[in-house]
Design a protein around this ligand. Structure first.
Ligand code: MCN
Ligand code: CUM
Length: 796
């Protein structure tokens, strides 16, 4: 008998099935359970008093009026935190951060005191009753001020901090780069600013801390993308035994990097619960989130490209200056001070490159932390693609052709990137070709003329990028010394249903759907028979969490590996049931059969039952396994984004006429979810390019602390996106998948900006920094000058 009885993979919801998201069943019914949905008996509520000043010495704090309000149970200040050694906490980048200010406040919105009361309204009244006497100090609101002679030292709490420089870091081959520039026919130069931006999750940060004096157990419900890291941090900072700490990340209403760091509010609520012996809930409000939470970007670039006449890039120089706010709390691998900025130019074959990065403190909320970025890759790829476009224009060469000349060829993998990464696969030229065809590139000159006849400016922008996703491997990637790898645990019950747990933590990405698809692919158990759980440190195996689009590359690989362990054990059970030796057993999806007699077989479910009811002598009962996965390399997805815009030169308003995205994230587990990730990412990219900025006046007042000023795009203003796919399997990932969660936010912005710049380059303009607000575009067109830096502060 040769006919296979293997299951139809798509029907059981395996790899490649656009399976509906199982989590949406509860989300669209309003049945999700977020931190604010947690209500515990006797629970108290906490509110935080934030600093109105960006930089000020605290002269005194008088909490007496707050204590007198009926229903106020506890008022905490920095001094009280200090008495328990909790006024400061370590950050994920070997810096320290104030939990509640003691000496000074260093940014507007910094945490100064907390009130714990019977309900949130009383707590708020308590906050308003606290009297703080401040002595304002001059505020530093940009990195150039921070470096000026005689600038006030922001971090005078640190003994060995003579100035405001956080780090100076460099990578690349400086001598080789200098030689490349000496040989160049032309050097293209560009100065850019990637503005400060806010992740804007729908759910703000929050925690419910519950310390039980009797059991000595601390349970914390928390909005964290990395619950195990929080457990480790609490164990180390609060000196509580790790096995007595349970961190639960329930449903999270969007993370986008905002929920990687440990925030003061989490720590304060924990201490408050220990002191009051009652559960304490802290839910940040929108303004609190907008002014105090970890920001992305805020970085300046001076870039140079050494060019040969024929279009070959000989070398690249990058100098960056990043604004880290008052505390260096970025999450990134310990080795790399400016994240993975040095992944820039990875898709191009460039012989020499050098990057010099400086980071500084300013009187702003911690910046550069994370926002759909994979550790600063968003900035790296934006700089890369703006520099490539300017270089093509300076050379007078077609922008698509210029990229093609410099792309790493399909047969040139593994490829060493100019800053030393090893990329392993891709079809860059093919992606570009699909994009050019879809956007009608060949016909563009005619369209441009036709638009000019109507008084409109047409431009086309390209952004091509490869993204390093999936930190580790553990040799090179760690956070605070904890190596980066991930895990999965699979328990198959006797009836063949299963529960899968991982060390990742979904915040909207759909892990409950996609992980089950990997198990279905490996074991033939229908995805609907597998429940996925993440985020509870008492039940989930240890993992480093979800950020840097590392879940599919690392935890997802662990899911495949743990399934294979189960299959190996099931094979022994199958051999026993079929009464043949293991070597004579073959596998097809969902079923083992006898090689010599394919009609004789047992299903994976029959094997599961045997693991509990009919195991062979000497075989350990049960069907459960654990897998830790340490990836050999990052995964390197590729994206090519093309945008066509039309500008009204009389107003500077630009409209997206067409947007084409070609993504290669290797094998797609769930094509619908991948497309959702790309659409969402492009929407965020559009928002950055078109409308969003959060800025500060000279005194450090945050302009943009509400969603009237800081705009979130809705379906109304967001353009349509056309998506195309190319599949180059990842050579080292067990199912050939690469990460995708951040690709479109990373590669998207440069496509929009390059399109506008292409339309206005005839006016002598080389750059307009984001956001490309109509007045900035208009000014550039009418003056022929570049528009640099963050938008000016509004004055009323
Ligand atoms: N996927 C797939 N096939 C692939 C790659 C991914 O089907 N070849 C699926 C995955 O199984 C997963 C989703 O796509 O369901 C995203 O996978 P991955 O690229 O591994 O990214 P992560 O799951 O690690 O998610 C993190 C990433 C980051 S770092 C940010 S920031 C971001 C993003 O995801 N935050 C998000 N997308 C988000 N989407 C939502 N809805 N909410 C957020 O907070
Ligand atoms: Cu950089 S934001 Mo995501 O990596 O959580």
């Amino acid at each position: 008998m040769s006919a296979t009885t293997a299951l139809d993979e798509i029907k059981i919801g395996g790899l490649g099935a656009s399976r509906r998201r199982v989590e949406d069943n509860r989300f669209i019914r309003g049945k999700g359970s977020y931190v604010d949905d947690i209500v515990l008996p006797g629970m108290l509520h906490m509110e935080i008093l934030r600093s109105p000043f960006a930089h000020a010495r605290i002269k005194s704090i008088d909490t007496s009026a707050a204590w007198k309000i009926p229903g106020v149970r506890l008022v905490l200040t920095g001094e009280m935190m200090a008495s328990r050694n909790l006024a400061w906490m370590p950050t994920l980048s070997y810096d320290t951060q104030a939990v509640l200010a003691t000496d000074k406040v260093r940014f507007q919105g910094q945490e100064v005191a907390a009130v714990i009361a019977d309900d949130p309204y009383i707590a708020r009244d308590g906050v308003e009753a606290i009297q703080v006497e401040y002595e304002p100090l001059p505020a530093i609101v940009n990195p150039y001020q921070a470096m000026a002679d005689g600038a006030p030292i922001i971090r005078d709490d640190k003994l060995e901090q003579p100035d405001n420089v956080v780090f100076d870091w460099e990578i690349g081959d400086q001598a080789a780069t200098e030689r490349a520039f000496a040989e160049a026919d032309l050097v293209s130069r560009l100065d850019l600013h990637y503005p400060r931006s806010h992740p804007s999750p729908i759910e703000c940060c929050g925690s419910v801390a519950d310390f039980n004096r009797a059991t000595q157990k601390l349970t914390v419900y928390i909005t964290s993308q990395a619950p195990h890291i929080v457990r480790a941090a609490v164990a180390l900072v609060a000196e509580l035994p790790e096995h007595m700490i349970r961190i639960i990340s329930p449903d999270i209403g969007g993370g986008f990097g905002n929920k990687v760091p440990v925030y003061p509010g989490y720590v304060i609520s924990i201490l408050a619960s220990i002191l009051t012996e009652r559960p304490v809930k802290w839910i940040e409000d929108k303004t609190g989130n907008l002014i105090s939470t970890g920001f992305g970007r805020d970085i300046y670039l001076h870039g140079e490209v050494a060019l040969r006449k024929d279009g070959k890039v000989l070398g690249v120089r990058m100098e960056t200056l990043s604004d880290h706010g008052a505390f260096f709390s970025d999450a990134q691998p310990s080795k790399f001070k400016i994240g993975l900025m040095h992944s820039a130019f990875a898709c191009y074959d460039i012989p020499a490159a050098h990057l010099a990065a400086r980071g500084v403190y300013t009187n702003k909320a911690p910046g550069g932390v994370a926002y759909r970025c994979s550790f600063r890759v968003t900035e790296a790829m934006f700089f890369q693609e703006r520099m490539m476009q300017a270089a093509a224009d300076d050379l007078g060469i077609d922008q698509a052709e210029f990229r093609r000349i410099n792309f790493v060829r399909d047969d040139d993998f593994p490829h060493r990137t100019p800053y030393g990464f090893l990329t392993d696969s891709g079809q860059y030229g093919k992606c570009l070709d699909i994009g050019l065809e879809a956007i009608g590139y060949a016909d563009f000159a005619r369209q441009k003329e036709e638009a000019a006849a109507r008084g409109r400016l047409l431009g086309i922008g390209i952004s091509a990028m490869t993204e390093p996703l999936g930190a580790g491997n553990s040799r090179e990637y760690d956070i605070l010394g904890i190596k980066m790898f991930d895990s999965a645990e699979l328990r198959v019950h006797m009836t063949g249903k299963a529960i899968l747990r991982t060390g990742a933590k979904t915040q909207g990405q759909g892990h409950e759907t996609t992980w089950a698809q990997i198990v279905a692919h490996e074991l033939g158990i229908p995805a609907d028979d597998i429940v996925v759980e993440e985020g509870d440190t008492d039940t989930a195996p240890f993992g480093m969490g979800t950020y840097a689009s590392r879940s599919t590359p690392v935890a997802g690989a662990a899911v495949a590996m743990v399934s294979r362990k189960i299959r190996a054990k099931a094979r022994k059970l199958a051999a026993h049931l079929l009464e043949v030796s293991e070597e004579d057993v073959e596998w097809e999806l969902g079923r083992f059969y006898v090689r010599a007699a394919p009609g004789q077989g047992v299903t994976i479910q029959e094997c599961a039952m045997a693991a509990y009811a009919n195991m062979p002598d000497g075989l350990e009962p049960g069907l459960e396994a654990n897998a830790y996965y340490d990836p050999p390399n990052l995964t390197w997805p590729f994206g090519c984004y093309l945008c066509k815009v039309e500008i009204d030169p009389e107003t500077g308003v630009w409209d997206v006429i067409q947007f084409v995205a070609v993504d290669d994230c290797g094998v797609r587990i769930n094509p619908m979810i991948v497309e959702g990730q790309i659409m969402g990412g492009l929407t965020e990219a559009y928002a950055k390019a078109n409308m969003q900025f959060i800025t500060f006046d000279a005194d450090g007042n945050c302009i943009g602390s509400n969603y009237m000023d800081y705009l979130l795009p809705t379906a109304w203003e967001t353009p349509g996106f056309e998506l195309y796919e190319v599949v180059t399997p990842c050579p080292h990932h067990p199912i050939g998948a690469k990460g995708v969660g951040e690709c479109a936010t990373v590669g998207g912005p440069a496509a929009f900006v390059n399109a506008v710049m292409d339309a206005v380059k005839g006016f002598g303009v080389r750059n307009i920094d984001m956001p490309l607000l109509p007045d900035r575009v208009y000014e550039a067109i009418t003056t022929g000058r570049d528009i640099s830096g963050a938008p000016p502060v509004k004055m009323d």
